[in-house]
Design a binder for this molecule. Structure first.
Ligand code: CP
Ligand code: NVA
Length: 328
């Protein structure tokens, strides 16, 4: 039987397929219970701290609502001494004495690794430059809800910046769950060769197929899922021009959806999505580069294929499962 109590949640590399299955099943169960109005207080008396170096809507709110639903208390901390006047190690040792669990979102993967090494309580990765593992659970739960086949029969196509935290994490999750993963990207934005090699080793065990291509038509053919993410991640804002040049052909539009040949395909995106110009950043991009849409057309984003808001809701249920599994 799977027991994750006391474990960190840093990357899905650290988990077996059975453990990932367990967290997905627990997420479904907690989602059903919430919908049925059943309260369990599975985290009663627990205190959790949420450390954020970067902005967030979904991740922060998912942790907070999930904690409140199960009776835990939350501190949201954006301006601490950590890394400025105090080492990560010392901060971890202090927070570990106050709290039963620590979430971190920020720039460097080493920060969350360091926290986990010294806190003595579960540390959850709420996004770093390398990985975004809580997002993957929500994505796979959404796939299971909308596609009538098991994960290991799904062709999952990620289009765009395949080198970023989402590209890395989806490839890892897909390798673990025995899926057919295709990263469709310009060669400059393929994931690192080390990570690809590592995941192909995992794939040998799980039956997964890990492919990378810059050929859009070949890559998306027969896709069950097309997934994309922003072309410029948080912290890379100086790279808009270069990324637009590289990635414009990779915008997910209706032609790409049709090229799958699969009328039952779904479109996913971790959000926030750049599908129109009605934001401050959107307005700047339109002024500078003349683009109203970036990684996905507004048409696809709002189409029947798009399950992005189910996916966003699932952040909450899956993060709840991660906290319950590791802390309760
Ligand atoms: N998908 C996601 O992590 O969203 P936020 O940046 O709003 O947390
Ligand atoms: N790749 C994006 C994901 C946001 C949830 C970023 O890091 O900004």
């Amino acid at each position: 039987p799977v027991n994750l109590k006391g474990r960190n949640f840093i990357t899905l590399k650290d988990f077996t397929p059975e453990e990932i299955r367990f967290m997905l099943d627990l997420s479904m169960d907690l989602k059903r219970k919430k919908r049925a109005g059943i309260k369990n207080d599975l985290l009663k008396g627990k205190n959790v701290v949420l450390l954020f170096e970067k902005t967030s809507t979904r991740t922060r709110c998912a942790f907070e609502v999930a904690a409140f639903d199960e009776g835990a208390n939350v501190t949201f901390l954006t301006q601490s001494q950590m890394g400025k006047k105090e080492t990560i190690e010392d901060t971890a040792k202090v927070l570990g004495r106050f709290y039963d669990g620590i979430e971190f979102r920020g720039f460097k993967q080493e920060t969350v690794d360091d926290l986990a090494a010294h806190a003595g309580v579960p540390v959850w990765n709420g996004l770093t430059d390398l990985y975004h593992p809580t997002q993957i659970l929500a994505d796979f739960l959404t796939v299971e809800e909308h596609i009538a086949k098991p994960l290991n029969k799904v062709k999952f196509v990620y289009v765009g910046d395949a080198r970023n935290n989402m590209g890395n994490s989806l490839m890892i999750g897909a390798a673990k769950m025995g899926m057919h993963f295709v990263g469709v990207a310009p060669k400059e934005l393929f994931p690192s060769e080390e990570l690809v090699a590592e995941m192909r080793e995992v794939a040998k065990e799980t039956g997964a197929v890990i492919e990378l291509t810059d050929n859009i038509a070949e890559g998306v053919k027969d896709a069950d899922v097309i997934y994309t993410d922003v072309w410029v991640s948080m912290g890379e804002e100086d790279q808009f021009e270069e990324r637009i040049k590289l990635l414009e052909p990779y915008r997910v539009d209706m032609d790409m959806v049709k090229a799958t040949g699969n009328p039952d395909m779904i479109f996913l995106h971790c959000l926030p999505a750049f599908h129109d110009n009605k934001t401050t950043v959107g307005a700047e991009i339109e002024e500078k580069f003349g683009l109203k849409e970036m990684e996905v057309s507004d048409e696809v984003f709002r189409s029947k294929y798009s399950k992005v808001f189910d996916e966003a809701e699932n952040r909450m249920h899956t993060i709840k499962a991660v906290m319950v599994a590791t802390m309760a």
